[in-house]
Design a protein around this ligand. Structure first.
Ligand SMILES: [Zn+2]
Length: 332
């Protein structure tokens, strides 16, 4: 019976040209998501587009994207345009999620892809990164502008690349919210605001996947990116099992030592919803010398590597938004 359905659905697949219907047919035929997902074609990330996004966000023109500055407003407008051109909807009618950052006018930029499954669409997966940085600082070698290329134009560009891929695949049974946060550098204020707002609006957030500093390859690791709070959930296992081509993620001792789990925008979502909420990063404390320095410029990050990170995580992202829910494990 299964085989007949599969053949029938293959015929439908050839006959129609839309993407979403095809995959829906395929999913009905094959039964479990674990059988279906490996058959879904995932487009490769575009390293040139990623480089262009990082280059603009980290340009001198945006003056280091300090919360409340003119530069960050330009960054936010750019991100809104990018989400719009990708085909992502504004979150609840507005890409701008305004909040007060200790007296400064601040805004997250938030888009969404509504879920394609009648039931699972009520479950929300948040994919995020902060796009703010620290603006001007004490000069180093005559340069006082902290451009924030690696921190965190790279994570921001990664989220745009994932949005692009998911829009193209058009098969996300759960609703996906793309959240680009402001005021992370002021104390995770943007992510705190959005997590609290989503909690107040009774959104059923089931997972949060965050990206921070993915601009430089890790040194001597078999995996491409570590995740913070590695043992707190089965996220690492799910991402590694979903990708048949390479080891996606692993545990970095330094991440636990510095308690990075609590130091990025995943953490407010963990606090509000107590669901798996973790950050992918490739900054391993040895492979980048310009953390919060004026030297954090586009010339210091590698767009081929960033595209490889996106390609590596995409099968896991597809599993999280379509397959079984991620589970908490309760360990450090
Ligand atoms: Zn950061």
């Amino acid at each position: 019976m299964k085989r007949i359905l599969l053949i029938l659905s293959a015929a439908v697949l050839i006959a129609s040209c839309g993407t979403q219907k095809n995959v829906t047919q395929l999913s009905k035929a094959a039964g479990t998501m674990s059988e279906v997902l490996p058959k879904v074609k995932i487009p490769k990330a575009n390293a040139t587009q990623i480089a262009a996004d990082v280059a603009y966000l980290a340009s001198d023109e945006l003056e280091g994207r300090d919360t409340g500055s003119d530069g960050i407003l330009e960054a936010a407008k750019y991100l809104q345009n990018r989400l719009h051109e990708i085909g992502v909807q504004p979150y609840k009618g507005d890409f701008f999620d305004d909040f007060d950052a200790k007296g400064a006018k601040a805004f997250n930029v938030v888009g969404m892809l509504p879920g394609t499954d009648g039931v699972l669409k009520d479950e929300v997966v948040v994919i995020g990164a902060h796009y703010d940085h620290i603006g001007f600082m004490k000069a180093v070698a005559g340069d006082s502008l902290a451009n924030g290329a690696n921190d965190n134009a790279t994570g921001t560009a990664s989220v745009l690349a994932i949005a692009q891929a998911l829009k193209q695949i058009d098969f996300n049974r759960r609703t996906v919210v793309f959240a680009l946060f402001s005021a992370e550098e002021k104390g995770l204020l943007g992510s705190k605001h959005l997590a609290k707002r989503m909690k107040a609006e009774k959104e059923n957030v089931v997972a949060m996947i965050n990206f921070e500093m993915t601009g430089t390859p890790m040194v001597n690791r078999e995996y491409i990116a570590y995740i913070t709070g590695h043992d707190k959930s089965n996220m690492a296992t799910v991402f590694n099992e979903a990708n048949k081509d390479r080891v996606v993620t692993g545990k970095l001792a330094k991440a636990a030592e510095f308690n990075l789990f609590m130091r990025s925008d995943n953490f407010p979502f963990y606090n509000e919803f107590q669901v798996p909420s973790q950050t992918f990063s490739t900054f391993d404390f040895t492979n980048f010398d310009y953390y919060h320095q004026p030297g954090d410029e586009i010339s210091e990050v590698n767009s081929t590597h960033m595209a490889a990170v996106v390609d590596a995580v995409m099968p896991g992202v597809m599993a999280v938004i379509n397959n079984e829910r991620l589970k908490m494990m309760g360990n450090e």
